[in-house]
Design a protein around this ligand. Sequence first.
Ligand code: 5GP
Length: 188
Amino acid sequence: MKDTSSIGILTVLTGPSGVGKGSLVKKILERHNEIWLSVSATTRHPREGEKYGEHYFFFDQKEFKDLIEKDGFLEWAKFAGNFYGTPKKEVCQKLSNGNKVLLEIELEGARQIRKSFPEGVQIFIAPPNLEELEKRIRGRGTESEESINARLNRAKKEMQAMNEFDFVIINDDLNKALLKLEETMKLI
Ligand code: 5GP
């Protein structure tokens, strides 16, 4: 088991699409303003209401590849047909200033961070089961059938990897999962 005194430096939150990571992150940020959430870059198109620089930096393929070439990402991965990555500069600045940094990323990215930041804490958010996950993704109404299938296939792979993580939290009930997350991150 990892030395939990390192909790609060760099925390990685991973889990299948639709598991409710976004809702958990939103609540954690509302309740703990000492946490800084990294804003990722993606080539995915914005969903309704999503804002550049707040939800993501929406890049085209060229902008994304340019930043890869400039070694500007801490990690990056392809997910359901699009690229996603964590811009390096601001995360490193925040960490060196002693901030608590949170990354909300998928499995391949979490694996890369595990190598570059072995002292970071990695938490996997799991759904109660795959049927519930499918219901949540469909209920969100934001994805095409193709994207839903890609996300469900990826979810199966991610669930098989949950034992790689330091902690697993099952998101059956949002408030209970939030409490567990706060305990795990030593926020309460
Ligand atoms: P969505 O398209 O639903 O916003 O995100 C799809 C998946 O990409 C989610 O599992 C999310 O955690 C992940 N993701 C978001 N930003 C990043 C990132 O910077 N790097 C990686 N590797 N995954 C990310």
